[in-house]
Design a binder for this molecule. Structure first.
Ligand code: SF4
Length: 302
């Protein structure tokens, strides 16, 4: 196979994987239903471009009918190239709305110099996007967060927030009026980087406001990337773990009735396997071993 053929083959594989993963996430969480109007939040970064691109392709071959509308919030950051997104969206033929709101000045006025502005900025952005969704009659708000964002958020909340809380693939918004979906939930960031290069999206840099990326998030991202490099597949496993939670083996008394459980005398499949800490995540033992284990557990005859 020539290098060119190899590259085309790899791109086909990437395209299939991306569309399959997005289709699966949509199906698993019932993200998009017949008649939906999906508002795709487009920041100008690689993730939101890829989200819109993949949703358009899926829309063309989906058995259900739904509409897409791309929305960009122009926050009036200095140097924001306002023509880039409209030019792209007109060229690809997607209905769109650019919402102009000078949140940049508000944030600059309220947050002292040198302090991080992201928290207020993103709260303002969220409120504006919720309102725009209502005004446009959108039934879903689609965001471009991907697998790596979700796992990073879980770690961030564990390390700094004391909660096991990730980023939901689908949830009602905190104002109770919108449904937020994340169709890229299963997609690896490195695949999005490659897709953005291949599709040559006109990326708008995300540091126009001059604020630094959240340092704690950046540190966790770096840690996770290091793990993935050393143990490929670890991020996928972590994401899978988020979909297979065993409340009886965690410590949340609101999720499992630890305070009232009592033995019934009957074998309990999800019960404690005392002392076998290293076996917690392993497959069941082969039958010969199982027989010896049962012997060890049987009452000693007098
Ligand atoms: S990086 Fe800038 S634009 Fe992005 S959330 Fe932070 S302050 Fe807002």
């Amino acid at each position: 196979m020539s290098n060119k053929d190899k590259a085309t083959h790899e791109l086909n594989k990437l395209s299939k994987r991306l569309h399959r993963q997005v289709g699966e996430a949509i199906g698993d969480f019932n993200m998009i239903e017949d008649g939906d109007k999906v508002m795709v939040c487009l920041s100008g970064g690689k993730d939101s471009y890829a989200l819109l691109d993949i949703l358009r392709n899926l829309q063309a071959r989906a058995p259900i009918s739904f509409d897409l509308v791309a929305v960009n919030l122009d926050q009036k950051q200095p140097g924001f190239p306002e023509h880039v997104l409209p030019t792209y969206l007109k060229a690809v033929g997607v209905p769109f709305h650019i919402e102009e709101q000078d949140t940049y000045s508000i944030v600059k006025k309220l947050i002292p110099e040198g302090k991080t502005t992201c928290s207020l900025c993103s709260r303002l952005r969220r409120g504006i996007l919720y309102r725009v969704a209502q005004e446009l009659g959108a039934t879903k708000i689609a965001l471009g967060h991907h697998r790596d964002d979700i796992v990073t958020t879980l770690m961030l909340n564990m390390f700094h927030g004391g909660t096991m809380k990730g980023m939901p693939p689908k949830l009602v918004s905190d104002d109770g009026r919108n449904t937020v979906i994340r169709p890229l939930a299963y997609v690896a960031e490195e695949d999005l980087v490659r897709w953005a290069e291949h599709r040559q999206f006109p990326i708008i840099p995300c540091n126009l406001c001059g604020s630094q990326e959240n340092l704690q998030r950046a540190a966790i991202k770096e840690m996770l990337q290091g793990w993935e490099k050393k143990h490929p597949g670890r991020l996928d496993n972590m994401l899978r773990a988020m979909a297979h939670i065993v409340p009886s083996h965690m410590m949340d008394t609101a999720l499992f009735p630890f305070t009232t459980i009592k033995p019934t005398g009957a074998p309990y499949a999800g019960g404690d396997i005392a002392f076998d800490e290293d076996d917690e995540a392993c497959a069941p033992p082969p039958p010969a071993e199982e027989a010896v284990i049962q012997w060890a557990r049987s009452p000693v005859k007098a």
